[in-house]
Design a protein around this ligand. Structure first.
Ligand SMILES: Cc1ncc(COP(=O)(O)O)c(C=O)c1O
Length: 379
């Protein structure tokens, strides 16, 4: 029985340890060989990662590159935009965006001359409604950052509708797909967006350090990233100090020597998702999530995720009673080898491919003990 409910955090797949170990062992032997084969092999491995991601989101070739994490990917993009796209404009974001991105944007606002406008949650609600986001989105919005699936409610936004509104307003529209990619359908071929940021953790089951930035060709052509270096050039070995030039593809967002290990360690997860298929991953996840939701409804637990599956990512969040409860419940579940986490009084549950139905039943039984069970009270 696997009681792994942490797909919103790291993510895993059957055979992950073996596949990662093989990839890293192969890299170790290439990297340690006393020859000159290191960089061609390492850069080719990174390229396989870039291509796997490009296929995954159906992006045009040459529009995607690596970043250490989502925050740094967003920083690279912002620092590359023509000044007039942000100066004197609003940058629209929702209060349930990933906090790290809000911290970054709040710190950049003054220097880039934009006003950070944060759409609030309605009192007592757990996610920002799409209609509230749209109501605040007028033509003075230079850039809007959308969260595809939120980390606190697993609310999946209507990305198509938001992107269409953004196009009509003439804004740059970016989306953070971190919590949804790999479990919910997403494609920039189907839904044109100006940029995408993500990590390879969560449903893609990769390692930390393997973020990505994808920029649509029209926007990419206008970007001159301030975070730049020798790898931003068409030829990194062009070392003439007066002849710096940007590569005409996503390599312009590269800077110093690229990190390789994270791409390499994440590729097995990406390949597993590609081989398994999002539909199969989603179907298995949906069965387990629906079981948890029906137990929650049955028992009168507070749901902090949308009831409608079309508005949900792969997680289900439950509201816990106030005061020291969360840590105690998580510790008690851990004793039963059931692994989840909490943010404040929100318990986050994300069953995936390794999570068994028996573990879901065990989880529900434990939660009935901790949060309460209508059946027990009735009997
Ligand atoms: C929606 C979302 N965005 C971004 C991140 C991670 O951001 P970073 O890679 O900058 O740490 C997470 C991680 O939990 C997330 O849930």
């Amino acid at each position: 029985m696997s009681g792994y409910f942490l797909y919103h955090s790291i993510g895993t797949f059957p055979g992950k340890a073996k596949h990662m170990a093989a990839a890293l062992a192969e890299f170790s032997s290439v990297w340690s060989a006393e020859d000159d084969g290191q960089w061609p092999a390492a850069l080719a491995a990174r390229q396989r990662f870039i291509e796997a991601w490009t296929r995954l989101i159906e992006a045009p070739r040459g529009t995607l590159t690596t970043a250490e994490n989502v925050t740094s990917a967003l920083y690279s993009l912002i620092g590359g935009l023509p000044a007039e796209r942000l100066a004197g404009k609003r940058l629209l974001v929702a209060a349930d965006c990933f906090p790290s991105l809000h911290f970054l944007l709040a710190g950049l606002a003054e220097r880039f001359g934009f006003m950070l406008d944060t759409v609030p949650l309605r009192p007592g609600e757990s996610w920002v409604r799409d209609e509230d986001f749209i109501a605040r989105w007028q033509e003075d919005v230079g850039l809007a950052l959308i969260t595809f699936v939120t980390s606190t409610a697993s609310h999946r936004c209507g990305v198509e509708r938001l992107a269409a509104h953004g196009r009509a307003m003439g804004s740059i529209v970016g989306v953070d797909v971190t919590q949804g990619i790999g479990v919910a359908p997403f494609s920039v071929a189907a839904t044109p967006l100006d940029f995408v940021v993500s990590t390879s953790l969560k449903w893609l089951c990769g390692s930390s350090g393997a973020g990505i930035l994808q920029v649509a060709p029209e926007l990419l052509a206008t970007c001159r990233p301030e975070l730049r270096g020798w790898f931003s050039q068409p030829n990194p070995f062009s070392w003439d100090l007066d002849a710096f030039a940007y590569a005409d593809d996503a390599r312009r967002f590269d800077h110093g020597t690229p990190a390789i290990l994270a791409s390499l360690a994440s590729l097995p997860g990406l390949e597993w998702v590609e081989k398994t298929g999002i539909d199969a991953i989603r179907a298995q996840n949906a069965t387990l999530v629906e079981r948890i939701i029906s137990a929650a409804l049955d028992n009168g637990w507070t749901l902090r995720s949308p009831l409608d599956a079309r508005e949900r990512g792969g997680s289900v969040m439950l509201g816990l009673p106030q005061g020291g409860e969360a840590a105690r419940i998580i510790a008690s579940l851990r004793n039963e080898r059931l692994y989840c986490d909490a943010r404040g009084t929100t318990l986050r549950l994300s069953p995936g491919m390794v999570t068994t139905e028996a573990a879901v039943e065990a989880l529900i039984a434990k939660l009935e003990e901790h949060i309460g069970s209508r059946h027990r009270r009735a009997s």
